[in-house]
Design a protein around this ligand. Structure first.
Ligand code: NDP
Length: 490
């Protein structure tokens, strides 16, 4: 029988009054793998109320950092024991390869452990502000954190939000993307087995327009952390104005990957492939614009296309698959539409461009690695986020032009530079207006480094110590060490 995914409110798995359910599909073959309940507005409000009551009772916020760390470690251990299952569920529901899913699962465990470790550090400052006045700066949890997660990294993005929000003593309401709830449900099953008090963590499946919007608008939610498209991010920010809740947005990108003529070509080609085709290009930080210096452009393209042609596309759980499925039929259609736009705009389609419907991929959502060359900055395939395995390779003359083209975008999430001249590479990367950057690499990152974008790529930073601040209030306490009248009106 198909598994039914229930809502998790106030420490219980509960039904919804909404008779409508969501079929959860395996994008590699369109098989229904589960049915998810869809929370109503009232049920969303109920979950928020439970989170608020748990927060106000102090069952979690009132615990010492060491006690909270112990629970985070418990969750990490349980996830580690279930690593294979988490990875399999992610592959099944999102379409990514098992290798990618395992790496996400391992990083999720690391993330819980990292925040547990941070809790053992002193947090706060105290200083003598004036004679007999000691000032303390303390950090406090915000209250209820609304966490809205996309479908491209359903597990890792959930954990990137859950771990720092819980570490800092908040209660949470998590909404996974409607089409990819499998791993979030598994994480909550593990949370349910942990010593986290009831009501602190709540999980709601359902649509963005009902559940997501209710979370963003609620006056009982104190901070909303959202990862997804720039358009929805704008809406979240507007919805948050009612109670002026804190907003953390991790949005889209169209990131430049600049390859200079003095780069190690094999390395640059290799990372430029990894930069866009990892996750089938459904990664916010993808290097979807590769900028290559004129003098090596043709040689680069030749090597790049030859390598891209060899990428083995296939079901994420099939032996040898290097690039998995696109998450949904709707998203696949949107990517194919962009490929059509690219052709009509006059870009040269050097590789791919079609859906794959052979070799066991007949029923799934698969797209060939697609390479456009001779593109210009005004083309829509260069300006808009496609979020698929589609790369645009553009020429540049010199350093100045590379920087100009790189920054000629509304986004500012990521960017990279390839050159053996480290001084030049540093000079250029410092001028790239983006929050996540690399020199002679792409996509490599770690939980200790703040993640987020400039310009329309977002507000605030995920993970690292910065993420603690996203879920905390800051208070100054001024202590009079020698209480006597101030005599201001004498
Ligand atoms: P969305 O931005 O629509 O979805 C992200 C999350 O927001 C989902 O949980 C979604 O719920 C929820 N959501 C949708 N509408 C609202 C709303 N009004 N209020 C609150 N929450 C809402 O991304 P899509 O899935 O539609 O993808 C579209 C494009 O977004 C992609 O092509 C890509 O460009 C970009 N994207 C970027 C990501 C990133 O990591 N930066 C991740 C995912 C997408 P639900 O899906 O259940 O409706």
């Amino acid at each position: 029988m198909t598994k039914e995914l229930k809502l998790y409110i106030n420490g219980e798995w509960v039904d919804s009054s909404n008779p409508e359910t969501q079929d959860i599909l395996n994008p590699a073959n369109q098989e229904v793998i589960a049915k998810a309940l869809k929370a109503t507005k009232e049920e969303t409000e109920e979950a928020i109320k439970a989170a608020k009551a748990a927060f106000e009772s102090g069952v979690w916020a009132g615990r010492t950092p060491q006690e909270r760390a112990k629970v985070l470690l418990q969750i990490a251990d349980k996830m580690e024991e279930n690593l294979e299952e988490l990875a399999d569920l992610e592959t099944l529901n999102n379409g990514k390869t098992k290798r990618e899913a395992l790496s996400d699962a391992e990083e999720s465990v690391n993330t819980f452990r990292y925040y547990a470790a941070l809790l053992n550090n002193p947090n706060g400052v105290t200083y003598e502000a004036a004679e007999d006045i000691q000032t303390m700066i303390v950090k406090e949890p915000m209250g209820v954190a609304g966490l809205i997660v996309p479908w491209n990294f359903p597990l890792l993005m959930s954990v990137w939000k859950i771990a720092p929000a819980l570490a800092t003593g908040n209660s949470i309401v998590l909404k996974p993307a409607e089409i990819t709830p499998m791993t979030a449900v598994k994480v909550f099953e593990l949370i349910d087995e942990s010593d986290l008090p009831k009501g602190v963590a709540n999980l709601l499946m359902g649509s963005g327009s009902v559940v997501g919007q209710t979370i963003a608008e609620s006056h009982d939610v104190d901070v909303v952390s959202f990862t997804g498209s720039t358009g929805v991010g704008r809406g979240i920010m507007q919805a948050a104005t009612g109670n002026l809740k804190k907003v953390n947005l991790e949005l889209g990108g169209k990131s430049p990957n600049i390859i200079f003529e003095d780069a190690d070509l094999e390395t640059a080609v290799d990372y430029a492939l990894f930069g866009i085709f990892m996750g089938s290009g459904q990664v916010c930080s993808s290097g979807s614009r590769v900028l290559v210096q004129d003098s090596i452009y043709d040689e680069f393209v030749e090597k790049y296309v030859a390598r891209a042609k060899d990428i083995k596309v296939g079901p994420g759980n099939a032996e040898g698959s290097q690039m998995g499925a696109i998450v949904s039929g709707k998203h696949m259609e949107s990517i194919l539409e962009y490929i059509q736009i690219g052709k009509e705009e006059g870009a040269n389609l050097a590789l791919g461009g079609s859906r794959i419907e052979r070799n066991g991929m007949e029923k799934g959502f698969f797209i060939e690695p697609t390479v456009f060359t001779n593109v210009t900055s005004d083309m829509r395939i260069v300006r808009e986020e496609i979020f698929g395995p589609v790369v645009a390779i553009q020429r540049f003359k010199d350093e100045e032009e590379a920087i100009r083209i790189a920054n000629d975008t509304e986004f500012g999430l990521a960017g990279a530079v390839f050159s053996k001249d480290h001084t030049k590479a540093m000079r250029v990367i410092k001028k790239v207006r983006a929050g996540i950057t690399w020199v002679n690499a792409y996509h490599l990152t770690n939980v200790q480094a703040p993640w987020g974008g400039y310009k329309t790529s977002g507000i605030g930073r995920s993970i690292s110590t910065n993420a603690l601040e996203e879920y905390q209030e800051t208070k100054q306490i001024n202590i009079n060490m020698d209480p006597k009248p101030i005599q201001f009106f004498d």
